[in-house]
Ligand binder design. Structure first.
Ligand SMILES: Nc1ncnc2c1ncn2[C@@H]1O[C@H](COP(=O)(O)OP(=O)(O)OP(=O)(O)O)[C@@H](O)[C@H]1O
Ligand code: NI
Length: 317
């Protein structure tokens, strides 16, 4: 069941504080430039909680996941802090607990070795104890038979593929699960099953970060929603805040996202999210915002607490 507990009620598992991620890009000769793709990003996730990270393509969702897992490319550098169980998540610690305590549920079976039977792949992921026993146990939990285990990734149906990917991700008893677009273009029944599996893991005490561009998918299971725009969080809200005309939402972008859904006004938001190279000093949403004033283009608003949620907007009340 989804929880309505306030964030403070959950044991803190992950805190991302003022995270920025930049890429060093080499141009002709020895000239180099720096492209900032994530700026001043804050989120927190507790044990037992599902936090959905929602935003359009290019808003920085996957890079956040990669920063937490410590798998950013070599030309990326981060500033800010990532705390896991209240301790700094250093590169050494990331390497040690990645794939066991902290794990990624990838988007597709392309992540798997195409030439290896799926049961064997899950066994190779096991870090401790009897690998065969662990694989059989996790397969039975996710309703995969011995015959299914003998298949190669390309032979899996959509639903089976999702169950193999989640089995591989949680076979080592993860505490923090990051699912990056786990339901791309899937049949609604398979989407529902995948979300149910994530909810079960959270109800057993895991923290789950569900990355999706689709707010409707997020609202089916998440406790909290973090809305991303142009490389930063613009709002964190409880799922219950998404109702009616969106009057309890805080940021104009979140309201616009909500109103653009088919079941609401189906009113699309004109304009585009700016590319990282074109970010201004001020609020990135300002050019599309009906509430824009000169202050908005001067400096980026800080994230502040508002009505049991958080928002990055000068005008939100
Ligand atoms: N290696 C890289 N070098 C330079 N820029 C990058 C690199 N990887 C990602 N970016 C840029 O960072 C921004 C955020 O990318 P990211 O993949 O996190 O977006 P996303 O929100 O996951 O999008 P999607 O929904 O399409 O998966 C994009 O503008 C992207 O072009
Ligand atoms: Ni992505």
């Amino acid at each position: 069941m989804k929880s309505t507990k306030a964030s403070l009620g959950f044991e803190s598992l992950l805190k991302v504080i003022d995270l920025s991620v930049s890429f060093v890009q080499y141009q002709k000769g020895l000239r180099q430039s720096v492209l900032k793709v994530i700026s001043n990003l804050d989120i927190s996730l507790g044990s037992g909680e599902i936090l959905a990270v929602v935003g359009s393509s290019g808003s920085g969702k996957s890079l956040l996941a990669h920063a937490i897992l410590g798998i950013l490319p070599n030309n990326a550098f981060c500033s800010g802090k990532i705390l896991y169980k209240d301790e700094l998540l250093t590169p050494e610690r990331q390497k040690k607990i990645r794939g066991s305590e902290i794990t990624l549920v990838p988007q597709s079976v392309n992540f798997l070795d195409p030439l290896m039977r799926v049961s064997a792949q899950v066994r190779t992921a096991v870090r401790q104890g009897n690998a065969e026993e662990a694989q059989k146990k996790i397969f039975s939990r996710y309703d995969l038979s011995e015959g299914d285990g003998n298949l190669f990734p390309f032979q899996l149906s959509g639903g089976m593929a999702r169950r193999v990917l989640i089995s591989a991700a949680v076979v080592n008893g993860s505490k923090l699960i990051i699912a990056d677009e786990p339901t791309p273009g899937l049949h609604p029944e398979i989407v529902a099953e995948t979300l149910k599996h994530l909810r079960e893991l959270a109800d057993e005490g895991c923290g789950v970060m569900l990355i999706t561009h689709d707010i409707s998918t997020a609202l089916q299971v998440a406790d909290k929603i973090a809305v991303f725009y142009a490389g930063t969080t613009v709002e964190t809200a409880f799922a219950a805040d998404f109702h009616g005309q969106g009057q309890t939402l805080r940021h104009p972008y979140t309201k616009a996202l909500w109103q653009s859904l088919p079941q609401n006004d189906f009113r699309p938001l004109p304009g585009f999210q700016p590319l990282p190279a074109n970010l201004s000093e001020g609020c990135s949403f300002a050019p599309r915002c009906g509430k824009m004033t000169p202050k908005c283009t001067g400096s980026l608003p800080v994230m502040r607490d508002l009505r049991n949620g958080r928002v990055r907007c000068y005008h939100a009340t």
